[in-house]
Design a protein around this ligand. Sequence first.
Ligand SMILES: [Zn+2]
Length: 86
Amino acid sequence: MEAASHIKSIKNVTELQLVDNPAWCGDKESIKGDKYDDLQCARFICPVVGLEMNGRHRFCFLRSCGCVFSERALKEIKAEVCHKVF
Ligand SMILES: [Zn+2]
């Protein structure tokens, strides 16, 4: 989970509310370590615009509640509000 490694390093972190990617297939037993390709299918997505958390997009989280979403969503909605109100 390289995409989220920088988040885990933050001290005093709020428990993050990650949104599972419905297309993620990493739990299937056919996926072995050397065959796994997280660029094809990220485990989590941005709940606002649907971007996959695959390391190519910057993600942010709200300190108040820990919701995680993409920087693109932050710019599009132009407000640091919880996505759960949408
Ligand atoms: Zn929230």
